[in-house]
Design a protein around this ligand. Structure first.
Ligand SMILES: C[S@@+](CC[C@H](N)C(=O)[O-])C[C@H]1O[C@@H](n2cnc3c(N)ncnc32)[C@H](O)[C@@H]1O
Length: 429
């Protein structure tokens, strides 16, 4: 017996789970391991969940919750993915299809949930003469995948600090040797092989490497380009100088970019930085960050629902539309109240007659009812007055808007643009 479960036993248990054999799976897990009672109870609960995929996922959660080796949970989640039919659903993703078909050649080690993200952001570049830089080449499996994905017109270049990567690629692609944390290296790669449309940072994943690479390469990229940073979970891992909300992590750097996106709305944010002017989109996924590069136009708002080009004219028209709508609404409310008043008056008339008769019979409750009705009548009249005054101010606003439009039409700019409107009218006939 060992103090922990062997990965081989987890694999056996997962195989048995796929055959709906929960008892066999438990026996496999505990063949060489005597789990603590609490873990055993959690395992037993996990193994009786509804489907094979649920069981594999729940088993992974038990390993994760009890801080058992990461590989064990990984195997379970991998099995759950294949048991659940999600692999079939993802097979139409060409990058995943390449990955599935890739059973020989250069090693390719990927987190599967990256594939939909890549395809969502990179599909538009396929079949075009894009220049792609992959930072972190390893044995070249990624370069093969990108070349196949983007097509023969694309130029795919690599950068790695390890000579073994250059040797493994063996001249099939341009691979530069150098450290991504050195801005000079990045600038040299850009000068020799760029500017790039796409940069994929799958290098060393430390905070400094990711930040220096983004800050150096993003400004050098072409407009319309896409910058992808992988494995951003290292921002939460001590080993990579990460830590939740720790200053200096790549994810904290990304959060500052969210502020830059809004530079136009806060004078304290630098409006001229590349992030304020050219970060057109910022997409944060589990462990992947995507930055879209494109020069942004200055934000402005516009009122639709008017054919006029002049903003002041469009605003006056929209105020008028508002005033007319609120006037109509008030008018409808007023009509309803008037109806209520008329009904109340009828009722009061009838009640007065009744109470005269009932008073003779000394009926106190009839008198009280009459009194209540009188109070209601006073309140209804007050409401009527309020609505009438609101209506008259709404009418005032309508008149003001009309006046504004009338003044505008007499203005120099209106007269100057008259020929444009005349042409438009003629064209719309
Ligand atoms: C995860 S592997 C890359 C895998 C590859 N992208 C693929 O899809 O097959 C990471 C690579 O980054 C490289 N690397 C690590 N630190 C680096 C640095 N400072 N500059 C450049 N490359 C680095 C490593 O040598 C290794 O080959």
């Amino acid at each position: 017996m060992t103090g922990h479960v062997e990965l081989a036993d987890v694999s056996r248990a997962l195989f048995l789970l796929s055959m709906d054999d929960a008892d066999g799976a438990m026996a496999a897990l505990t063949a060489n391991w005597a789990p603590a009672d609490e873990i055993r109870a959690d395992l037993a609960a996990a193994l009786v969940t509804a489907t094979a995929a649920d069981r594999a996922r729940a088993l992974g959660d038990v390993f994760r919750d009890h801080a058992l080796p990461h590989d064990h949970a990984n195997e379970c989640y991998r099995a759950a993915f294949y048991f659940s039919g999600r692999a079939e659903a993802l097979a139409s993703n060409p990058l995943y299809a390449h990955y599935l078909a890739h059973r020989s050649g250069a090693i390719l080690d990927k987190w599967i949930h990256y594939f939909p993200v890549y395809h969502r952001h990179l599909e538009r570049h396929r079949g075009t003469p894009v220049r792609v830089l992959e930072i972190g080449v390893y044995r070249g499996g990624g370069l093969d995948m990108w070349q196949q994905y983007f097509g023969p017109e694309a130029t795919v270049v690599g950068l790695d600090v390890d000579e073994a990567a250059v040797r493994a690629v063996n001249g099939r692609y341009l691979v530069e040797l150098g450290d991504q944390e050195d801005p000079e290296v990045l600038r040299r790669v850009n000068a020799e092989h760029g500017p790039f449309d796409i940069v994929i940072d799958d290098g060393g994943h430390t905070m400094a490497q990711q930040i220096v690479t983004a800050e150096t390469m993003f400004p050098l990229m072409l407009d319309g380009g896409t910058f992808i940073v992988e494995d951003c979970h290292t921002s939460y891992w001590d080993y990579y100088q990460g830590g939740r909300k720790r200053a200096g992590t790549f994810i904290e750097w990304v959060k500052d970019r969210v502020d830059d996106e809004h530079a136009r709305y806060d004078a304290a944010i630098d409006r001229r930085s590349i992030w304020a002017t050219h970060l057109d989109g910022l997409h944060v996924y589990d462990s992947v960050v995507v930055l879209d590069k494109a020069e942004r136009f200055r934000p402005f708002s516009e009122v639709a629902g008017s054919s006029s080009y002049l903003r002041s004219d469009r605003l006056a028209e929209s105020y008028l539309a508002d005033a007319l709508a609120s006037r109509d609404q008030l008018q409808a409310e007023l009509e309803a109240i008037r109806g209520e008043v008329a009904a109340l008056r009828d009722e009061m008339g009838r009640a007065t007659e009744r109470s005269a008769t009932e008073a003779i019979e000394n009926d106190r409750s009839a008198r009280l009812a009459l009194q209540r009705m009188r109070q209601e009548s006073v309140q209804t009249n007050a409401e009527l007055e309020r609505l009438q005054s609101e209506l008259s101010s709404a009418n005032g606003r309508v008149l003001e808007s009309w006046e504004q439009i009338r003044l505008m039409r007499g203005s120099v700019s209106w007269r100057l643009t008259a020929p444009i409107r005349a042409v438009r009218r003629r064209m719309s006939r």
